[in-house]
Design a protein around this ligand. Sequence first.
Ligand code: PLP
Length: 377
Amino acid sequence: MRQYIPDTILAQGTCHDPDSTGAVIPPIHLATTFLRPPEGYSATGWSYSRYGYPGLEQPEATLKALEGAADCRLFSSGMSAMTAVMLALKPGAHCIFPIDMYHGMRTWLKRYAAHWGMRIEHVDMTDLDVVRAAVVPGTTAIVWAETPSNPHWYLYDLAALADIAHAAGARLVVDNTVATPLLTQPLAFGADIVVHSATKYLNGHSDVLAGAAMTAATNEFWERVCFNRDYHGGILGQFPAALLMRGMRTLHLRIERASESAMAIATACLDHPQVETVYYPGLPSHPGHALALRQMAGGFGGMVSIVVKGGLEAAERVMTRTRIWKPATSLGGVESLIERRAAIEGADSHVEPGLLRLSVGVEAVSDLIDDLKTALG
Ligand code: PLP
């Protein structure tokens, strides 16, 4: 599959059932258990669906090809994939995370990982000297980057972070949910593990909760990640796997449209009198723009944040006035969403009270801009 360009891999999706029916879409096998000989495992390799089932291989192979990974596992959610990676670490592990990142993972780190004896440090990952100073050679187990990062869409320099992590004997893990493998391929920059909330762009229709983990090399660490999925019961179910495969087949079209529209919306917001700041890596004014030009190819993604003049109340007012932009959390779907991020993140949020996070969908961009401008007033 690697010889085709991503658009072809996705559209074809390795989807057909040549052996039994010739159907162009594979069947959904609901079986949880499979016939096996008395001596143990059957030649098909299937035994019990908590370990895998026919129907999971296609989306896993597609993602593996897109990221250029050695192996891929799909999980029941992004959090399930990410925590499976964290729980593959040894107790007491020292880990470096960014300050600007998905708040759900930050909550897990605070409440669970710390309780588990892990030593978690959040740093300004845009400053490589800060990362270098935080890493303890021989002790730090992972450096974790999410790029572009929630909700300021900062860029973290993956090639430099991989060098820093590896020099210290640590692994680089990258949450590639927002960029998707179509815009950034972290393994090509030296990352060891890539994780996704497949709930977002990969599925793209806000109707599946799913996660993915991929590795640059199969090794003992990866085996522990796989073990965690199998024995914590975090595997993606059969119906969501089929929906995910269906959604992924148009990823290239959706991400291209969302990126183009996001650029136009960010530009339109730049000189709006009610907007204080626009965060979008495609804008030359964004602090990560130069790095985005090097690290992202084919667009800057579909996520934009704006800080509204007048703070919290003004931002809430905008949310009640939009008609097309729906007030809801999450991102990466075909429908455009708006949310006041600090309200979702809670008391310890570092996000400006007036920041609105925009997930740009595939509606007509002129309608999206008009709706937002009308709501801004
Ligand atoms: N990573 C990022 C960047 C996210 O935005 C999210 C969810 O919002 C997650 C991870 C967690 O994924 P899930 O909700 O599928 O568990």
